[in-house]
Design a protein around this ligand. Structure first.
Ligand SMILES: [Zn+2]
Ligand SMILES: [Zn+2]
Length: 377
């Protein structure tokens, strides 16, 4: 598949990345056998890539997608404007974004602070925090992909202020912002929203990324994520799109078939540190990725999308490079990537697909959402 150079309306600089190493790329066959281990430098683990397995026969359960005919407003939706939530609180009649404290928090400041010590080698500690919900839009049926790019930029500003507000509190060590999208990742309500867990602890993946980045800087004097960006640009085959200051790519070490990273080109420890002009660029690239995901199978595309931002404890995170990760659970429209023996049992991901092929597939998709292009099925 070749990169599409036209129809690039949402990419600010109007530029679609093309493989830079044409010689190298042209020597490779379209469906080249990828059967190897690849090092994941941010997680410090090997990913097993066995791309020849993707077409193996499957006779198990498949995912069924419901008809996509969702109204703008749903009377019993706990996220729609003006509606009553189970807590008895009523949502504002909001017109843009809307932030509220989660009625069923996973973490809460009311968690016990004085814990009985467990026996022997076992350890425990208090788990407290603040859980919030951010509605992207008053419209029940408008996903991240269908919100205007300006609306996405506004959402980024809300994420910035939430990170600053929650992260500045002494009792908060980290602010995890994430969106779970789709029933296959456990979300039954399509109303576009994300969640925030601001906690007294740092989530494991962030802790590892921060430690690895710090060590890499001490050893080389370079930012680890910048080295990843350089290597992606040198290869070029996995870059989806870029503009002046932001870039999207399927990482070399992708664990999921359609895994995508969106990052500013310059290093900022958090989204909050990204200046306004670069936020504009970032919003366009993030939006474009969301549109291309929906366009892939012409259906709302499920994913888990965390923002990886530096912790807000007292440590130095100047080597942390903020980015957004998309982890889509589907390999095909009806097929889930199951986590099984290798992942759960052995602790290493086994990828059935070639990141180069998947990037080419995504890159070839139109930049306009299928619902707006008159090609809706
Ligand atoms: Zn709703
Ligand atoms: Zn990350």
């Amino acid at each position: 598949m070749q990169a599409r150079a036209s129809g690039d309306s949402t990419c600010a600089a109007g530029k679609v990345a093309r493989p830079m190493k044409q010689d190298n790329a042209s020597h490779r066959m379209e469906n080249e056998l990828v059967w190897e281990e690849r090092w994941h430098p941010l997680r410090e683990e090997w990913v097993i890539v066995a791309a020849h397995r993707q077409n193996r026969p499957w006779s198990g359960e498949t995912v069924v997608h419901k008809e996509n005919n969702v109204p703008e407003y749903v009377a019993d939706c706990y996220l729609c404007p003006g509606n009553l939530r189970v807590s008895g609180k009523r949502n504002d009649r909001y017109s843009g974004t809307f932030v509220f404290d989660n009625d069923h928090p996973c973490v809460d400041m009311a968690a016990p602070a004085d814990l009985a010590a467990p026996p022997g080698i076992f350890r425990n500690r208090p788990a407290s925090g603040i859980a919030r919900v951010v509605c992207y839009s008053p419209k029940h049926n408008l996903s991240l992909a269908e919100i205007e790019p300006a609306g996405v930029e506004h959402l980024l500003q809300v994420w910035q202020s939430q990170y600053v507000d929650l992260g500045s509190r002494p009792e908060i060590a980290h602010v995890l912002i994430f969106e779970n999208k789709g029933e296959v990742v456990g979300v039954s309500n399509p109303h576009p929203h994300c969640q925030i867990y601001a906690t007294n602890f740092v989530f494991r993946t962030i802790e590892i990324e921060a430690a690895v980045g710090r060590r890499h800087f001490a050893e080389t004097g370079r930012i680890l994520f910048q080295d990843i960006l350089s290597a992606e640009k040198l290869d070029g085959r996995r870059i989806l799109c870029e503009n002046e200051s932001a870039i999207a790519f399927v990482p070399y070490f992708a664990r999921y078939a359609y895994e995508v990273y969106v990052a500013p080109k310059r290093t900022y420890p958090s989204l909050a540190a990204v200046p306004d002009n670069e936020l504009h660029d970032f919003a366009r690239i993030l939006h474009r990725v969301a549109v291309q995901f929906d366009n892939l199978w012409q259906m709302p595309f499920p994913y888990v999308m965390p923002l990886h931002q530096a912790p807000t404890d007292e440590n130095d995170y100047r080597t942390f490079h903020f980015h957004v990760e998309f982890h889509p659970p589907l390999r095909k429209p009806e097929l889930l990537k199951y986590l099984a023996g290798p992942e759960i049992g052995g602790g290493n991901f086994l990828s059935d697909t070639s990141p180069e092929e998947k990037a080419a597939e995504l890159r070839a998709l139109p930049a306009e959402h299928y619902k707006h292009s008159g090609k809706e099925k």
